[in-house]
Design a protein around this ligand. Sequence first.
Ligand code: E4P
Length: 217
Amino acid sequence: MKFFVDTADVDAIRELHDLGMVDGVTTNPSLIMKSGRDIKEVTKEICEMIPGPVSAETVALDAEGMIAEGRELAKIADNIAIKVPLTWAGLQACKVLTGEGRMVNVTLCFSANQALLAAKAGATFISPFVGRLDDINIDGMDLIAEIRQIYDNYDFSTEILTASIRSANHMKEAALIGADVATAPPNVIKSMASHVLTDKGLDAFMADWAKTGQSIV
Ligand code: E4P
């Protein structure tokens, strides 16, 4: 499973990238707002650091506007994936932009039928939001499993990009189901390294080591 980082925080992306943990990046209008940076400037900086797909989201609500914004965002770098919402207009924009050879990430997906339409429209990535479904007491991971089955039934090449990930457990479940990609905030990716028994074991080893009076270097 590929790891994308869901942030526009350049320092946080770099820290994970230095460890080889970043296959791509996703941003959205809220994350750009949080960064306090200009969208084109910060996206260019991210694209220069990360060779994989970097999603930049359009904000128009009509297809023509999304297409114009998508073409503008695509000028930033070759690895831009244009993000459009899963609306009828977004699907129209997806069809046109992928027809021009650009990567398109169709976002704000909350149902298997929406994902089916995105695949038919040629989406490069579909972004089902698991955390926001969990928030309304619908199991987000059930949706990932449904989309996996549908895409496999018909050999769709659209990649399932599990989004709105809130926990390390979401990462594990996405991987078990066979999602192609998971995008998560940096702190969630880092939290995957934590285990209470690792901490406990390390404490015990350190205590015993101190009793030996030895040093390695
Ligand atoms: C995906 O591309 C979105 O940017 C993101 O995963 C949304 O996550 P949230 O529901 O935590 O805002």
